[in-house]
Design a protein around this ligand. Structure first.
Ligand code: MF3
Ligand code: CO
Length: 255
């Protein structure tokens, strides 16, 4: 029987340090964007902050032109799950949630991370969705250690999200990352413990749960990019780039 071949690039210690620099720059850009999130701000303005802050660090934005993507930032509001395109017409309002997904390149290496922010004051139910999604990512990251398997990551994410009564998106998954934005292996946000590819030191992964308040089903809008929940209920998204090391998970995109 033929198995689908998966080739995972492991990174040397020196390469990991470059990826850590890339990740720190990206975390700094996220901090700048977080300050800019407020009612009345357009998603195009957040894209401009991202572009300006990436340039200020002599890095390159990873997303423009990727499969024809037309902007620097993916910005997804409320029922938008991922890959929302920035727009001057999209104005944030109190009570919204906004997912900011951004990638950059530094010295030939990529970093990719996403955060969902509340806009002003949000309902308790919305805040809980966001916090649970953040915790599901933390649970997934904790599994990124040598000897574990890809299924351990997905199972940990899924347990947190579904344990709180939410659903996990299936159509979009995390990924290996390094000299390319998307490398093997795929990292689903669901799975069975003890199954899938075995992790080893030097692997670098982008883990990115998308968690929905209602149905897991999503559809892509006519712009060819924006994924929204099929039932119109809110969705949250968090992502970090993490290195699998002998000392355990090393999150590269945190400050
Ligand atoms: N973090 C998203 C992902 O890995 C970024 C997509 S890049 C885009 O899927 F350019 F295609 F939007
Ligand atoms: Co990603």
């Amino acid at each position: 029987m033929m198995l689908k071949s998966v080739s995972v690039e492991t990174k040397s210690k020196a390469e990991l340090e470059v990826m850590a620099e890339a990740g720190r720059f990206l975390a700094e850009v996220h901090a700048a964007m977080a300050k800019a999130v407020a009612p009345g701000v357009t998603t195009a303005e957040l894209d401009a902050v991202a572009a300006r802050e990436i340039k200020a660090r002599k890095c390159k934005a990873a997303f423009p032109g990727y499969r024809g993507y037309p902007a620097t930032l993916c910005v997804s509001v409320n029922e938008e799950v991922v890959h929302g395109i920035p727009s001057k017409a999209k104005v944030l309002a109190e009570g919204d949630i906004v997912g900011l997904d951004l990638g950059l390149v530094w010295k030939g290496f990529y970093a990719d991370s996403a955060v969902t922010h509340p806009v002003g004051k949000v309902s308790a139910a919305t805040a809980k969705l966001v916090e649970t999604t953040r915790l599901s990512l933390q649970a997934g990251l904790a599994q990124a250690r040598p000897g574990n398997r890809v299924g351990d990551i997905g199972a940990a994410v899924q347990a947190v999200a579904e344990g709180a009564g939410y659903s996990v998106v299936r159509e979009f998954v995390g990924h290996g990352i390094g000299r390319a934005l998307h490398e093997d292996p795929a990292i689903p946000n669901y799975g069975k413990p003890g199954t899938g590819l075995r992790l080893s030191a030097g692997m670098t992964l982008a883990i990115e749960p998308m968690v929905n308040l209602g149905t897991a089903d999503v559809k892509v809008l006519a712009d060819g990019w924006t994924a929204v929940t099929a039932d119109g209920k809110y969705s949250a998204h968090f992502e970090h780039t993490v290195a699998v090391t002998e000392d355990g998970p090393r999150v590269l995109t945190a400050l």
